[in-house]
Design a protein around this ligand. Structure first.
Ligand code: CAA
Length: 242
């Protein structure tokens, strides 16, 4: 019964998020794609697909409250939430600024609290909800130059298991996906020699495609997936078997 269910996808206009937004729409969901900076990407997504795009800062609780109220007004109650928005500010700890730390924790992990907190009461009242949080292989295994990102993504995996326990009696499932290195702007910004070394360690022999991750989300948000909760699905080409 995907038809008509309203899904929010944060970071939903580019990269992995764009693939999730379009795959959910193709499956019959009504999608609100959230973005923060890139107007061109949002415009091209809405022109090409008709998906509604909303601009706000997911690291700011009051912006989330106001914007989600507007989405509910436009599309209806939120039954699916995909927390995908994330940034990197890579550097070794001895060079990392407090701002590099704070911005990654607040955007990547704080946004999960903000968005879940804003939609959870309505999901509880309706007795139905599907939440998927996008973690990372680097939250599972760590990564040189990413103490901020690894901490945030690792936090997402704990957050997911805790909220899954709270939602289980209310028809709300909460799961995570831990993508490996996927061919997106974020991964392409890793210095080329470093990236080549990383690709050499992926048994499947290539970067992931955004659609590889979106397919996992589609599986997790299905009405029939009501026994799947508190789970983390690793989609990483065999790079980290966990
Ligand atoms: N393990 C061990 N040593 C490493 C290393 C690694 N993975 N990477 C670099 N080093 C070493 C280098 O060999 C070098 O040592 P020498 O000077 O002895 O040769 C030293 O560390 C300094 O390396 P850099 O010159 O790269 O240092 P830098 O300060 O210029 O840059 C960095 C450091 C910013 C962390 C850079 O290495 C980098 O960007 N690394 C990539 C980090 C990464 O994988 N980010 C993932 C982004 S994508 C993503 O996060 C999505 C997702 O979920 C998967």
């Amino acid at each position: 019964m995907a038809q008509g269910r309203v899904a929010i996808v944060t970071g939903g206009t580019r990269g992995i998020g764009r693939a999730i937004s379009t795959m959910l729409q193709d499956a019959g969901y009504k999608v609100a794609a959230i973005y923060h900076g890139n107007e061109d990407a949002a415009r091209s997504l809405s022109e090409e697909t008709g998906i509604s795009c909303y601009k706000f800062d997911v690291s700011d609780f009051s912006e989330c409250e106001t914007a989600v109220a507007a989405i509910v007004e436009d599309l209806g109650p939120i039954e699916i939430l995909v927390n995908n928005a994330g940034i990197t500010r890579d550097s070794t700890l001895h060079k990392m600024t407090p701002e590099d730390w704070r911005s990654v924790i607040e955007t990547d992990l704080g946004s999960c609290f903000n968005m879940c907190r804003v939609v959870i009461n309505s999901m509880r009242e309706r007795g139905f909800g599907r939440i998927v949080n996008i973690g990372s292989i680097n939250g599972q295994a760590g990564q040189y130059g990413q103490v901020n990102y690894a901490a945030a993504k690792s936090g997402i995996h704990g957050f997911t298991k805790a909220l899954a326990q709270e939602g289980a009696g209310k028809g709300i499932t909460v799961n995570a996906i831990a993508p490996g290195y996927v061919d997106t702007d974020m991964v392409r910004s890793v210095p080329e020699p470093v990236l080549q070394k990383i690709i050499a360690r992926i048994p499947v022999g290539r970067l992931g495609k955004a659609e590889d991750i979106a397919r996992g989300v589609l599986f997790m948000v299905a009405d029939e997936a009501d026994f799947l909760t508190g789970s983390t699905l690793s989609i990483n080409g065999g790079q980290h078997m966990y």
